[in-house]
Design a protein around this ligand. Structure first.
Ligand SMILES: Cc1ncc(COP(=O)(O)O)c(C=O)c1O
Length: 316
């Protein structure tokens, strides 16, 4: 936290922090996998690129360079003794004034890590999840930039997922301001039709997911055609298969939308092939994707240091 290794229970924020009141921060979500060659963060470079890009959108200057953030990430993972975990870098305006303009508010940077099971469940990965179309609209990118991962924007996701869970579903799917499909509350969407993959892009007010990008590459390598364009609800309802992608959710099949079964109502053949190839890349079993892995124990600073008690349980 701000350059020092800090125990979970001491990593606190003051009640007057600007970000607490106005959501003035940006964050990332990465996963470290216990690969065949040791713990490695999947696509750390892309996540750090997006972290700096998100901060720049909000005029936040991250006071650490990429090497420092990469080194801090590796240190936090190794000092906790984790081989696989979720990693959450966050940078936000701290405490100084509570005018909406964050002038004089310091920029705080924290990297948290904890073990996190598949976001939509192990069973969801295998059998697929049940999804509802949200009554909330995904905010338009002219309101809040959707390609930046800004803290405050997640209120929109929170409303959607709370409603979905209240209605007995696993996840919400939000439409954009034009009524086209945007994305899940924390995932991008792919559909499969006639053996081709279709997904949307930033014109539908989505976060450009790094898992989405990996899946587009992997699908191409598996010789699937991938088409990027607008997706309508009727495209999804008529799809042979559909799945969500995201760092937390990985590649999760969708089996139902508001009571309407998608395809066979279970994980489809193409989804399974993509899922397997994704995990082969993330766990280092497919060496073609080696450049996507950032091995944490190769990080110079990671070896040293005193005893440190890791967080053992922190649940969603
Ligand atoms: C709203 C939203 N869309 C999409 C994604 C997927 O992005 P990524 O694959 O980079 O994790 C996320 C997760 O970060 C998200 O929160």
């Amino acid at each position: 936290m701000n350059g020092a290794l800090t125990h979970w229970s001491n990593a606190t924020v003051h009640v007057s922090a600007h970000a607490l009141h106005y959501g003035s921060g940006v964050f990332e979500g990465m996963r470290c996998y216990d690969t065949v060659d040791g713990p490695a963060v999947f696509r750390m470079d892309a996540h750090l690129d997006r972290f700096y890009a998100s901060a720049a959108v909000y005029g936040i200057e991250i006071p650490y360079n990429r090497e420092e953030l990469a080194e801090a990430t590796a240190t936090v993972i190794l000092r906790n003794g984790f081989r696989s975990c979720y990693v959450r870098p966050i940078c936000y305006h701290g405490s100084s004034s509570l005018g909406v303009h964050p002038r004089n508010c310091p920029v705080e940077v924290v990297i948290l890590t904890w073990p996190w099971a598949p976001y939509l469940g192990d069973e969801g990965l295998e059998t697929g999840v049940r999804v509802t179309v949200s009554s909330w609209t995904k905010f338009h990118s002219r309101m809040i930039p959707t390609t930046a991962k800004g803290c405050g924007g997640y209120l929109n996701s929170m409303l959607a997922v709370r409603e979905a869970v209240e209605w007995g579903y696993d996840e919400a799917l939000l439409l954009d301001a034009d009524g086209n499909i945007a994305e899940g509350s924390g995932e991008n969407l792919f559909i499969v039709r006639d053996g081709r993959l279709l997904t949307n892009d930033e014109r539908s007010s989505i976060l450009l997911g790094i898992t989405r990008d990996a899946v587009i590459t992997i699908a191409g390598d598996l010789s699937y055609e991938v088409e990027v364009g607008t997706l309508k609800l009727e495209d999804l309802l008529a799809a042979d298969e559909a799945f969500f992608t995201g760092t937390a959710a990985e590649v999760t099949p969708i089996r139902e939308i508001d009571g309407k079964q998608i395809g066979s109502g279970s994980r489809g053949r193409v989804t399974e092939a993509i899922q397997q190839a994704f995990f082969a890349a993330a766990y280092g079993r497919d060496t073609r994707y080696r450049a996507w892995l950032h091995f944490v124990d190769e990080q110079p600073a990671a070896a040293a240091l005193q005893d440190f008690e890791p967080v053992r349980s922190f649940s969603d």
